[in-house]
Design a protein around this ligand. Sequence first.
Ligand code: GLP
Length: 239
Amino acid sequence: MKVEIYKDYEALSQQVGMKIAKQLNEKPHSLICIAGGDTPLGLCNFLIQLHQEKRCDFTNAMFISLDEWVGLGYETQGSCKQTLYDSLFTPLELKENQIHFFDGKNTNLEEECEKMNQVIEENHGIDLIVLGIGMNGHLGFNEPGIRTEKATVVPLADKTKEVSVKYFHKELPLVSGITLGMDQIKEAKTIILMAASDKKKEIVKATVQGAVSNQVPSSLLQETQAILCVDEEAGKELV
Ligand code: GLP
């Protein structure tokens, strides 16, 4: 794992954005995955700016979702789908066939997993993935202690349920998440792990300098070519 520390959130968002632009410049049909959550929101804004200024062409890009809360769809403010459609896909003027997103409301979740596995296989893997880090080190909904290969439904950790309030401003009866598997994440050709702000400093340290253990899923990326991109606040415990 390589570490890149940027002076603030804006610089972090822009530099990760430039990596995506470079990827699409080199391979316009890339399969890209961007996490939901708060961390990539600045990145999304920067990508929209690149699109509006015609500095990056998204017309052939393919996007796949990382995860979704089981039971939620676009109509729930704070769901991964609502976040990514409103913050990125709609402003980028993507066509529906460029987007493959988990439907957290499908009663047949196995079908959802299979759908995503197929997209990844047909595209020979994910070209570039941008991940956030959960407060417990989860990636997508790969929670501590769980071993996943491909897309899977996972019971949510207590910490994740607790943190979820920040997205929905109220407690929802959330029990599980649907997520790409750890192997699919680790096999992505470019892996970018993003973290920002003081509240992520401990989990960033555990990710980079802690034991490699599936008790902290993000630490498993120490064994990969992942690039951890952080702002100074999130990186301040790194020695
Ligand atoms: C959420 C999502 C992840 C996200 C992570 C970090 O629960 N399942 O996809 O990357 O936790 O979220 P945030 O960026 O809001 O801190």
